[in-house]
Design a protein around this ligand. Structure first.
Ligand SMILES: *[C@@H]1O[C@H](CO)[C@@H](O)[C@H](O)[C@H]1NC(C)=O
Ligand SMILES: *[C@@H]1O[C@H](CO)[C@@H](O)[C@H](O)[C@H]1NC(C)=O
Ligand SMILES: *[C@@H]1O[C@H](CO)[C@@H](O)[C@H](O)[C@H]1NC(C)=O
Length: 590
């Protein structure tokens, strides 16, 4: 009898292990460059996103959810750490080249080891952690790329996915042999080659050198001129070479799929990639469904970033070309992962969160002219415009059945950086400073919004948000409870009649320099409650409201700057842009 009871107790404990400790599982979906206007549940009537619409109807939909940056690397870093990215140098600073993200898989810059991510925090609370999909926060490869731990250094126990980003160039093939004779440099190279060959021929005829020396000189000339050709063709600044790297070289270096700390596929096969990522997440869920301890799964899509690709059954199905196909394929992927949660009986004990790292890329068009960037609704601006509403206002959906109410819409301003403190609180864990000893003096910029999500209770006001573009402050937002003020200090020079800065997948507005309009001497002030799309004129600088709000915001900025010391940008450096081929992830099976 006693053994029977004991077995029963053990069984119950095993089945409800994680649940009884009150720590829910967490599934975080992160889309790439998805605009807030791209989803049915955010008002799009012509795109089909039934799975995300259902997720929103089963939980809370945030309509004023803000990315901390409008570029991948800084925004993802902020999401994972709960801290502004310039605190650890992951925002572009002033420099020769405008470089807003980690450029190469071989770059030695990245999220510093001292930063604590959600994954490290949850791992400290015994969660099993896994990342499927895109990382883009530095791979930290050892010599000859024998090991590139990347996310494994930051709390993730497993990783399958994309180490940097999917560049438009990831989709090949690209020409290797190039000799454009309209280019002066190549003309010079041709002349040099002919001159070298003729001199060698003459020298050989006149027996100036021995035959052996002649052959060696011939070889040496070919090698040197070949190297010069390679640099001209693939590794110098021309119009089709993003950051001085040709499409061919970009794909050779950066199109690598990783498992753990090893590359397993190069170049990445884009066809079916979304489905393989989903299969990986499903395997993760199946493997850990019945564990004693809860899990944290981050599924970071390659979609809907360029290049556009989709499985045959999705291609040409949407009403919005290849971009629309990508949004719908991403939605299908969300659905397949959610269905797996359901099949495994994990729905009730899993917090699901969906968001995008930044707004849609307005400039992105294919060479054919087809638009392949997202739609930011009526909000102005987009990706790379850190102070513009379209650059940072993103979808945000939370579901936790039985805890978070169903079908609720909240318009309180919130941040992607809120995720860290909010998850710890919902899981009943101590604050980060107590959970992870090395974070004892870490200051978070995100706030715990669990009371808002669970009960609709608003947090302390005023709440302020800084909106940097690179390290340059472009806007400040303040939620006072009665107003949501937004003060613009700078913005990009838009093309007439648009809120964008060009028409190409490799273009976007600048954050610093002459293409930026400096408004700091007389900032523009809007109240987003009465003027949500900033379509009507800003608040008059002559009004008492303007003077009082602007001086309050300026004082806040002054105090923040006095209190927070910022390291130099890691991104605007040679370490980021140089191709360090000795750090290229080696791939024995590729
Ligand atoms: C829906 O999304 C597509 C793709 O981004 C966009 O072109 C279209 O304008 C959106 N439609 C509506 C009604 O929001
Ligand atoms: C990179 O790895 C080295 C050890 O190989 C470690 O000391 C360093 O902290 C790591 N850097 C990051 C950013 O993870
Ligand atoms: C994690 O596991 C350790 C060792 O089993 C235990 O002491 C600790 O209390 C656990 N932490 C949590 C948050 O459950």
């Amino acid at each position: 009898m006693r053994t029977l009871v004991w077995t029963w107790v053990m069984c119950v404990a095993a089945v409800s292990g994680a649940a009884t400790k009150g720590r829910p599982n967490v599934v975080l979906f992160l889309a790439d460059d998805l605009g807030i206007g791209d989803l049915g549940c955010y008002g799009n009537t012509t795109i089909k996103t039934p799975n995300l619409d259902r997720l929103a109807s089963e939980g809370v939909r945030l309509t004023h959810h803000l990315a901390a940056s409008s570029m991948c690397t800084p925004s993802r870093a902020a999401l994972l750490t709960g801290r502004y990215p310039m605190r650890y140098g992951l925002e572009e600073g002033p420099g020769e080249l405008p470089i807003p993200v980690i450029v190469h898989v071989t770059s030695t810059v990245g999220l510093p080891a001292a930063e604590v991510t959600i994954a490290s925090a949850l791992a400290a609370a015994n969660y099993t952690t896994g990342l499927v999909g895109k990382w883009h926060l530095g791979m930290n490869c050892t010599l000859f790329g024998r090991s590139c731990p990347g996310p494994l250094n930051h709390g993730f126990q497993s990783f399958y996915g994309i180490p940097v980003t999917l560049y438009q160039e990831t989709r090949g093939p690209h020409a290797f042999w190039k000799f454009p004779m309209d280019d002066l440099r190549f003309q010079g190279l041709a002349v040099a080659w002919v001159a070298a060959m003729v001199s060698l021929l003459v020298a050989a005829r006149k027996k100036v050198f021995s035959r052996c020396t002649c052959v060696l000189l011939l070889l040496a000339t070919e090698v040197v001129l070949g190297l010069v050709w390679f640099i001209f063709a693939h590794h110098s600044q021309t119009s089709d070479c993003v950051w001085g790297v040709s499409p061919w070289l970009m794909r050779q270096v950066n199109s690598r799929l990783m498992r753990g700390d090893q590359a397993v596929e190069a170049p990445i096969q884009l066809d079916g990639l979304s489905q393989r990522l989903v299969d990986e997440s499903r395997s993760f869920l199946q493997a850990h469904a019945h564990d004693e301890e809860p899990f944290f799964l981050m599924h970071a899509f390659g979609h809907v970033h360029t290049p556009m690709f989709s499985a045959p059954h999705r291609a040409g199905k949407s009403k919005h070309g290849r971009y629309g196909d990508n949004v719908e394929e991403m939605d299908e992927s969300v659905g397949r992962v959610l269905n797996t949660l359901g099949e495994l009986g994990l729905e009730d004990n899993t917090v699901v969160y969906f968001t995008s790292d930044q707004g849609g890329h307005l400039e992105a068009v294919e060479d054919t002219g087809e638009r392949i960037g997202g739609y930011n609704g009526r909000f102005k601006g987009g990706k790379r415009q850190g102070g513009s509403e379209g650059g940072v206002r993103v979808p945000g959906i939370f579901r936790w059945p039985g805890h978070i109410p169903r079908g609720v819409t909240l318009d309180t301003p919130t941040s992607l950086m809120d995720l860290m403190p909010t998850l710890l609180s919902m899981a009943g864990l101590p604050r980060l400073q107590y959970l992870v000893p090395r974070a004892a003096s870490t200051e978070l910029d995100g706030e715990d919004i669990s009371e808002l999500l669970l009960k609709g209770t608003k947090g302390k006001t005023p709440r302020l948000f800084l909106h940097h573009c690179g390290t340059s402050l472009h806007a400040v937002r303040m939620d006072t409870g009665d107003h949501i003020y937004k003060m613009h200090l700078a913005r990009a020079k838009w093309l007439a009649g648009t809120t964008q800065c060009g028409w190409s997948h490799s273009q976007a507005c600048d954050c610093l320099g002459e293409n930026v309009i400096d408004m700091s001497s007389q900032p523009e002030l809007y109240d987003l409650l009465s003027n949500p799309y900033e379509d009507n004129p800003p608040i008059s600088p002559k009004s008492a409201e303007y003077r009082s709000v602007v001086s309050q915001l300026q004082e806040y900025v002054r105090q923040w700057r006095a209190r927070v010391t910022l390291p130099p940008s890691q991104l605007t450096t040679l370490d980021n842009i140089l191709l360090k081929l000795h750090y290229l992830p080696s791939c024995l099976t590729c």
